[in-house]
Design a protein around this ligand. Structure first.
Ligand code: ADP
Ligand code: MG
Length: 316
């Protein structure tokens, strides 16, 4: 705590939280103390958002509060973990009560939705930067990783791609409107927590798409020591993304844009996911198969194959 006003923590961060798992020792001591339930393991992840690097200067603080949590929840989703606890390190240029009220509104709205309990943090003065350390629970020795994809597995994705990339372009315009689906995808991503939990007993590998479908699917291929072929025509793109692709004349643009926070996962061949049915929330789409080798190939309608491993940066 670098501010003289300790009251900021009491006023904005120390809620009488009626939700989530109560820590043994809560905010206010030197450490929080947590009880991991018997038969579970902790999944832990950290992400930072820096003003001017990860978000535009003077961004809406309520959306920032949502997004810092959403990007961290997305990492839990990718492992199939259930949200439990979170700590928050925030560096603020000044004490702006309206800003803090809006930020914590966005933060706690999403946290309470997933019974995620804020158990500590740090508050310092400096250029605006927000770091979240998130903890989730996994049944002992069960987890989704990047390393389990097998030759013959089907490759699926949730949602659609390129919307957040397009949203970033739109967010820079003066008429940017969060009611636009692309702007919303960029400013207020929704983590796929329920999907990750449903996939835990099913998927052979999983990753969340933060750096783009090409980059992140390549992480699965590298970790699993396999290759893949994607059918371009099956990859889910909204009309707005298709229009943008046509405008810039680069069909592979949505493969290289990030921030969508959808899941990409593999399942054993011909597994009937519709039979598992109700357990799989949201839209999922089969986009390809895992094969031998190490390349990520995209098969176009005319049968041409485009390799998207090294050199995909070319498209960004
Ligand atoms: P210390 O100096 O011992 O690290 P601090 O004065 O930084 O303690 O913090 C006091 C208490 O408030 C600690 O329990 C800490 O976890 C908590 N805390 C500080 N900042 C935040 C924050 N932004 N959100 C939640 N808890 C916080
Ligand atoms: Mg401290």
């Amino acid at each position: 705590m670098a501010f003289s006003e300790f009251s900021i923590i009491d006023e904005f961060f120390k809620l009488d939280a009626a939700y989530g798992r109560s820590p043994v020792i809560d905010i206010g001591d030197d450490c929080a103390v947590l009880d991991v339930p018997a038969g579970y393991q902790l999944a832990v992840s950290t992400d930072t958002l820096v003003e001017g690097v990860h978000f535009l200067p003077n961004s809406n603080p309520e959306y920032l509060g949502h997004k810092i949590l959403a990007v961290n929840l997305s990492d839990l989703a990718a492992m199939g973990a259930s949200p439990a606890w979170v700590s928050l390190a925030i560096t603020l240029p000044s004490v702006d009560r309206a800003w803090l009220a809006a930020f914590t509104k966005g933060f706690f709205a999403l946290a309470s939705r997933y019974s995620l309990r804020l158990i500590g943090g740090d508050t310092t003065r400096g250029p605006l930067s927000i770091t979240v350390n998130i903890m989730g629970l996994l049944p002992k020795n069960q987890r989704l990783t990047r390393a389990g994809a097998k030759v013959g597995d089907d490759i699926y994705v949730s949602g659609s791609f390129g919307n957040a990339g397009l949203g970033l372009l739109k967010a820079k315009l003066p008429q940017a409107d969060v009611k636009d689906v692309d702007v919303a995808a960029y400013l207020r991503p929704e983590p796929c927590i329920e999907l990750g939990e449903a996939l835990l007993p099913i998927a052979t590998s999983c990753i969340d798409i933060s750096d783009g479908l090409s980059a992140d699917l390549n992480h699965i291929l590298l970790a699993s020591k396999v290759g893949a072929v994607i059918q371009h025509a099956t990859v889910p793109f909204t009309q707005s993304v298709l229009n943008h692709v046509q405008q810039i004349g680069d069909a592979f643009w949505p493969y290289s844009t990030g921030d969508d926070y959808e899941l990409c996962f593999t399942v054993p061949p011909d597994l009937d996911l519709s039979a598992i049915g109700m357990k799989i929330p949201g839209q999922i789409t089969k986009i390809g198969v895992v094969e031998k080798g190490s390349e990520l190939k995209v098969s176009q309608a005319n049968g041409e194959l485009q390799v998207l491993n090294k050199g995909y940066e070319h498209f960004s």
